[in-house]
Design a protein around this ligand. Structure first.
Ligand SMILES: Cc1cc2nc3c(=O)[nH]c(=O)nc-3n(C[C@H](O)[C@H](O)[C@H](O)COP(=O)(O)OP(=O)(O)OC[C@H]3O[C@@H](n4cnc5c(N)ncnc54)[C@H](O)[C@@H]3O)c2cc1C
Length: 508
């Protein structure tokens, strides 16, 4: 009985989240759902004066799991956030000869005799006997035709394996999650945090001072204050690992525009390389999100706006939103009684739409390692070690796009070729270039399909392929590849256009 009481007294009774951007509201919504109304008090403090970055609009398929945990009705969510569906990312002009390739969600072909599909394709492609890899991806073929459908319950058909994500309006998404969290008991305060006090005894955060003089205490503080990192860095001075040497883009400007009336509503994000940096295009139901990610070393803010507007398909419908950051990660995302989630924990640029996923992943780790007031150091160390590994793999995958290119038409791209990338990335590239081998390691976010799509798309070519491919007669490989190709084309032919799908189920 006494033991039970002690446990109760030691439990976390108050959580305060600082920041009401996407990170703050994703965290608040999940805590409210999982902890319920009675476990502890959850309060979120956000400042309208400061505002949020409001640019995280493209996601990856893991977000479906987040929606499932919250029990979100997907059609309702798509309507309310003016969302569209996403089957991958199209990369344009990332190599010397221009052109475009797709990083699709979902696999290429299907594995045969326990050997990855792409080895069979490599053998035939090296002999000029097979079309490009993309033709064997249902997601890529459907995306290019503007088609979309949710996975169908159809046995072995590629239609049963459709993997998708969303593009949505970041402001509407934060509003959606805010309503969700408040309905489930989260207490919202509109106020500016002006000071943070630490406990003398152990350096933990003791309280926050709000502009109106209120002092706010809590057992656990979650820092979702964005690039400011008000608690984790401002107060706790946790330190930062700077990755600017491998990811040179450190600025962005975002400007929305209206879509052309003839817009097909393609279900993919576009990333178009420039002389320095790249431009994103994110199609939503009511507008198109555009942004230029650039290195301040080569492009001024004024030039960036001009470059972006010149490539937009419609008139701007908002003022330029400038964003600045130093690429890298907090040395410890969890320190003492404070956990940084979102941009306060660090940022690698948005080329592969990983920002919101990292928030989701931090929340998942927090739930798995949820503390009591005693805070076990081993839990904290585990959280930090896992976060670091996860981010390093994502960083390497993004660096791959800059490193593995033959573009040399500007100082920016010539610098990229000289990037000193991690040993792990060097090894991955070398392994692929030898015999096309690719491994997913340490439960990293991006799987073999993603690495293959980008390494192939960026122009890396293996000198060989898996030797066991030769165990299958060549005409049999050719027959199977033709069959897979034909099944994909026929399956896509049965899919509706995304525009029609949305009109039927989830029009904003
Ligand atoms: C250029 C760019 C493009 C991106 N594109 C994508 C993408 O396509 N896909 C993706 O997944 N991610 C993307 N991201 C990342 C994504 O935008 C962020 O991960 C996400 O928006 C979370 O931001 P945040 O909530 O951490 O910070 P913010 O949105 O900056 O929110 C910070 C919050 O803290 C509050 N705050 C700050 N200081 C105080 C204070 N003193 N008192 C009270 N409140 C305070 C603010 O009011 C605000 O509510 C992108 C990021 C950038 C920079």
């Amino acid at each position: 009985m006494q033991q039970e009481q002690a446990k109760q007294q030691n439990k976390i009774n108050n959580i305060v989240i600082v920041g009401g951007g996407t990170a703050g509201w994703m965290t608040a919504a999940t805590l409210a759902k999982i902890l319920g109304k009675n476990y502890c008090a959850i309060r979120l403090i956000e400042s309208d004066q400061i505002g949020s970055v409001s640019v995280g609009e493209a996601t990856i398929p893991q977000i479906s799991l987040f929606n499932k945990i919250l029990g979100i009705d997907e059609n309702d969510f798509v309507k309310k956030t003016s969302a569209t569906f996403k089957l991958g990312i199209e990369f344009i002009d990332w190599t010397k000869n221009g052109g475009a390739y797709m990083h699709p969600f979902g696999e290429h072909g299907t594995n045969m005799d326990a050997i990855q599909f792409h080895h069979y394709w490599l053998k035939m492609h090296q002999q000029g006997k097979s079309p490009d890899l993309e033709e064997y991806s249902l997601a890529a073929v459907a995306a290019r035709q503007g088609k979309f459908i949710r996975p169908q319950n159809m046995g072995n058909s590629p239609l049963s394996k459709i993997n998708y994500a969303f593009h949505f309006d970041a402001t509407l998404y934060a509003d959606y999650l805010r309503d969700y969290a408040i309905e489930r008991g989260v207490n919202r305060t509109e106020a500016k945090v002006v000071d943070v006090s630490l406990r003398d005894s152990d350096g933990f955060i003791d309280s926050l001072l709000l502009e109106d003089g209120e002092r706010v205490t809590a057992d656990l503080f979650i820092d979702c204050s964005g690039f400011k990192a008000l608690l984790i860095e401002g107060a706790l001075k946790t330190g930062f690992d700077d990755w600017s040497d491998v990811l040179p883009c450190n600025r962005a400007v975002a400007i929305p525009c209206l879509a052309k009336e003839t817009e097909v509503l393609h279900p993919f994000t576009q990333a178009k390389a420039q002389k320095a940096g790249w431009i994103w295009r994110i199609p939503l139901q009511h507008r198109v999100g555009n942004g230029y990610v650039y290195p301040s070393k080569f492009v001024s803010d004024e030039a960036a706006v001009k470059i972006l507007i010149a490539q937009m398909e419609g008139e701007p419908i908002g003022e330029p939103n400038f964003l600045r950051w130093t690429t890298g990660v907090r040395k410890k995302a969890w320190h003492k009684n404070c956990i940084a989630i979102g941009l306060s924990a660090g940022f690698v640029e948005p080329l592969e739409s990983t920002g919101l996923h990292l928030i989701q992943s931090s929340i998942a780790k927090l739930m798995a390692l949820f503390p009591h007031q005693g805070f076990n150091q081993i839990d904290i160390d585990t959280f930090n070690a896992q976060s670091k590994t996860e981010l390093e793999y994502i960083r390497d995958f993004i660096v791959l796009h800059y490193k593995a290119t033959d573009r040399d038409d500007s100082e920016f791209w010539r610098d990229c070729q000289k990037l000193q990338v991690s040993e792990r990335l060097q090894a991955k590239m070398a392994l692929y270039q030898a015999n096309g081998r690719i491994y997913r390691q340490d439960n990293e976010l991006f799987n073999e399909t993603s690495w293959l799509a980008v390494m192939h798309g960026q122009g890396l070519t293996p000198s060989g392929y898996h030797p066991l491919v030769d165990a299958l007669p060549e005409d049999e490989i050719e027959r199977r590849l033709k069959h897979i190709h034909s099944v994909i084309q026929k399956s896509v032919a049965t899919m509706p256009m995304q525009k029609d799908f949305i009109a039927k189920y989830c029009k904003a």
